[in-house]
Design a protein around this ligand. Structure first.
Ligand code: DLL
Length: 429
């Protein structure tokens, strides 16, 4: 399902296709979605545009627009044309609902087949879909893509980790699809069951739905004996399949024939040049059910300048280090939990299981990182533990330029997640 006619299209040809699609899209939403009509009128912009640059005059769409339109107010087609709904996994506030037409499901399946192919998968592969099935887009998204690719699909969904390992072994899974944090739990469980994942035919994991660091990738690859490929997406835009790494593992190719990507400065809201980091903004070019114009994702990334040796022409975004909502400001320094993970995953003696605990002492906010020691470390060797704790604190300080209290905790004492890991516990309210 590598589609060079799109993925390796000449830039000019791609821009023409994008412009045609954008022109049709803007007209469609202006005519069919009152929220967009009102926003365009208020901003004094007409849906008749002549260049891709004109998009920058259009207002942004934010999560609150989707919340206020709950459940179906942003759909651009009558409900009878919607064949599936999913929703965002938002932990705060009202959830948002997204709807797909038959055509949307077709295109999504194609893009997910493309995502799997980008990770090196083909019809001969056996894909274990461990992302949750249900309102979350991960499970069904990968499922349809895997079937579209012609691969053998195991719709196991999340949970029951021992069974996941047994199925990997018995069914000969070659591609595993789950969150990176769940991949670690699967690896840990395999070890306890006496199964060496290196003996299994696993080729690659397509891991995503949460931020993870480069060091975590190296660890996962080492213990699983497979390539760990980063895949990215969000339900408001489609679900997984918006951008994904190829086997070069250097940036995620944005599927630019279906999504326009912009990186903006979240303060000034102005686009930043390629290479500079900022907030990722997407416009869906082909969605029918719920097209979205300039959606502010809150995710922080940058466009990696230059071409990818894999031959795909779609621009690459760097791995998402975190969402602006998850950014901690510790004594004035901006810190993403994934940066802490990057440090921890490079230190022997600690496991990459951690939680950042925010609390209050009097009127002072406090921050502490709880870090599990590795299972082969003895928890009784006080001096060794002290040395390890000092090392972790020191390495965090030199990497992030801020000193953060560190507490070592026993192996397996941090709750494992079968979906998106909870990295920050806020006890302040
Ligand atoms: O997480 C869609 C998905 C499913 C992506 C399976 C990849 C694999 P939501 O639940 O709407 O959708 O959450 C979207 O998750 O805005 C990011 O903050 C985060 N996210 C998703 N993929 C990555 C990734 C799915 N590869 C939100 N790296 C997004 C970092 C990610 N963060």
């Amino acid at each position: 399902m590598y589609q060079p006619e799109f993925e390796a299209m000449a830039r000019e040809e791609l821009n023409d296709l994008q412009l045609q699609r954008l022109q049709a899209l803007l007209k469609r939403v202006y005519e069919n979605v009152p929220l967009y009509r009102d926003k365009f009128d208020a901003a004094g912009v007409s849906p008749d545009i002549t260049s891709l640059e004109d998009l920058s005059k259009f207002p942004f769409t934010v999560k609150d627009d989707m919340r206020s339109a709950y459940p179906y107010g942003m759909f651009a087609v009558p409900l009878k044309d919607i064949v599936r709904v999913h929703s965002s996994s938002g932990t705060t506030g009202q959830i948002t609902v997204v709807g797909y037409t038959k055509g949307d499901i077709e295109r999504w399946s194609d893009l997910m087949a493309r995502t799997l192919a980008c990770a090196g998968a083909g019809p001969e592969d056996i894909v274990q879909v461990t992302y949750g099935y249900g309102l979350f887009t991960g499970g069904l998204g990968v499922h349809y893509g895997s079937e579209r690719l012609g691969a053998t699909t195991i719709p196991i969904s999340g949970g029951n980790t021992k069974r996941q390992v047994q199925v990997m072994k018995d069914f000969g899974t070659t591609i595993l699809a789950c969150t990176p944090s769940y991949a670690l739990l699967i690896a840990e469980t395999a070890l306890e069951m006496g199964i060496d994942l290196h003996d299994l035919p696993l080729k690659a994991g397509i891991f995503g739905a949460e931020p993870w660091s480069e060091n975590m990738r190296l660890q996962v690859e080492e213990i699983m004996g497979c390539k760990a490929i980063d895949i990215y997406g969000l339900s408001e835009i489609m679900g997984p399949g918006v951008a994904s790494e190829c086997s070069e593992q250097h940036g995620l190719h944005v599927n630019e024939d279906h999504f326009l990507v912009e990186i903006i400065d979240p303060e000034t809201l102005q686009p930043v040049p390629d290479g500079e980091s900022g907030e990722v903004v997407f416009t869906t070019l082909t969605k029918e059910g719920i097209p979205v114009i300039r959606y502010r994702t809150r995710d922080i990334s940058r466009i990696i300048p230059g071409e990818c040796p894999c031959g795909r022409g779609f621009r690459r975004m760097e791995r998402v280090t975190g969402r602006s909502d998850d950014m901690l400001i510790i004594r004035g320094v901006n810190v993403f939990p994934s940066q802490i993970e990057q440090v921890l995953a490079g230190i022997p003696g600690v496991a990459p299981h951690y939680q950042v605990i925010l609390d209050k002492r009097g009127s002072m906010d406090t921050v502490e990182v709880n870090v599990e020691v590795a299972p082969d470390m003895s928890f009784d060797e006080i001096r060794e533990l002290e040395a390890l704790q000092n090392r972790v604190r020191g390495e965090i300080q030199s990497a992030l330029a801020v000193s953060i209290a560190v507490k070592l905790v026993e192996p397996k004492s941090i709750e494992r997640s079968q979906g998106k890991a909870v990295r920050v516990i806020d006890k302040r309210s």
